[in-house]
Design a binder for this molecule. Sequence first.
Ligand code: NHR
Ligand code: GAR
Length: 205
Amino acid sequence: VILISGSGSNLQAIIDAQESGSIPVRIRAVISNRPGVTGLARAEKHGIPFHVVEHTAYASREAFDAALMATIDRYQPALVVLAGFMRILTPGFAEHYRGHLLNIHPSLLPKYQGLHTHQRAIDNDDKEHGVSVHFVTAELDGGPVVAQRSVPVLAGDTAESLAARVLVEEHKLYPEVIGWFAEKRLTMRDNAAFLDGNKIELAKS
Ligand code: NHR
Ligand code: GAR
């Protein structure tokens, strides 16, 4: 089950990988917290069940997350994928899907947790920026990192031009990592990620 909030270009990359048979997954459903977004039209076009669970309809984060969990659990997914999903999830939600919940975050974690990552990389004069896929835990953007890809920051970059360069890498990386999970090569244990039984350690820069 894939959770989105917007354009869903990462969703599209996963749909494409499913349809080409390059990864052994079946997307059971797409859920958006915002109505009318492009990502929902992508799901519809490809015959994937889709739902809107609007966070604005709930009085608390706990109530929203309970509704989200109820919708997700109808599909009994092996994996829940955050793909441009923009609502912080409660510790109860993160615990419920522990080890079965991935996010793609547009920075080289642990740098730039939270929002506005591209502008922050530019403001700090970083020469390198990129994207991380991580298991989601209660700690925002703090769960174990599974894989990263970097891109150069170029002179004259705006947040938009840099985001576009990062997105190209996102669309390659996320389907690959989801494929590892589907092949049962990727697991989380004791707050660490393992690929083929080997603990994933971030390269020091
Ligand atoms: N939830 C938990 N518990 N742990 C994580 O690691 C999470 C998470 C929920 C979302 C994605 C994350 C990102 O990749 C993510 C990781 C939204 C915000 C945020 O501040 C921050 C980080 C991420 C997603 N959201 C605002 C909020 O109040 C709303 C912003 C908006 O609606 O535009 O929830 O960057
Ligand atoms: C992607 O860059 C993703 O990494 C980022 O939002 C974009 C969504 O694009 N995610 C976050 O910032 C999570 N807070 P998409 O909807 O086209 O996949």
